[in-house]
Ligand binder design. Structure first.
Ligand code: SF4
Ligand code: FES
Length: 233
């Protein structure tokens, strides 16, 4: 049977190193299968977070050969076999143990975002076009592959806010939150988030850029500023 070498990070928040494991490769095997083999046969104390093994829970994120990926959707036979496959914890979040990171920061950011609040006195009727637009953002599985280390809310939360802001029945305005607390202005639209999104959400084009336009309209458009001055608000 063919074998692959997995070079896996072992350690905790303070220190660690990679360790090589030889794993037999079966047809169709994914990186998460190889990690399970290591747990079952070579290193039972290897810490790995996973749940659905179907690309839907978002918990098996890791840096595979230097790229953020879902380990349950990354086939071994799609990776070069003549060199070790490196599996490291996500760089965006503090390490806890081996491949498991502390993602609690995301839940703190999430709490800052006011949820859907229906506009008063409107008919609950939505066009299919609006449904389709918002539906794309609802595909997010919160894998956080799109996140970088920068100190801003990050693409996943811009996707969440876009889903709320573009909902035709939502009555809140989150432009100030985006500008002052979520750091939307720090995104330099390089599209690296879009490239890694396993749900193929067009994060930059469909969420981030329209939100940037809203913030500009709200706070930097000269006509709006003049109108506000005239109204005295
Ligand atoms: S936007 Fe895509 S990459 Fe980012 S958390 Fe959601 S599913 Fe993952
Ligand atoms: S285990 Fe759920 S997305 Fe990979």
């Amino acid at each position: 049977m063919a074998e692959a070498t997995l070079r896996v990070f072992r350690g905790d928040s303070n220190s660690g190193q990679t360790v090589d494991y030889r794993v037999p490769v079966a047809p169709g095997m994914v990186v998460l299968d190889a990690l399970h083999y290591i747990q079952g046969h070579l290193a039972p104390d290897l810490a790995v977070r996973w749940n659905c093994k179907a690309g839907k829970c978002g918990s098996c994120s890791a840096e595979v050969n230097g790229r953020p990926r879902l380990t349950c959707k990354t086939r071994i036979d799609d990776l070069p076999q003549d060199q070790p496959i490196t599996v490291l914890p996500m760089k965006s979040f503090p390490r806890i143990k081996d491949l498991v990171t502390d993602v609690s920061w995301n839940y703190r950011v999430n709490r800052k975002i006011p949820p859907f609040e229906p506009r008063k006195g409107v008919e609950w009727k939505i066009s299919q076009l609006d449904v389709d637009r918002v539906q794309e953002f609802r595909k997010c599985i919160e894998c956080f592959l799109c996140h970088k280390k920068e100190q801003f809310a990050g693409p996943r939360f811009f996707v969440r806010v876009a889903g709320l802001e573009m909902h035709p029945l939502d009555g809140l305005n989150r432009a100030e939150l985006l500008k002052d607390q979520l750091g939307l202005g720090y995104c330099n639209v390089t599209k690296c988030c879009t490239e890694v999104c396993p749900e193929e959400i067009r994060i930059t084009d469909n969420a981030i850029i329209p939100l940037k336009e809203r913030v500009v309209d709200e706070f930097y458009d000269p006509l709006t500023m003049l109108f506000r001055k005239i109204r005295g608000s």
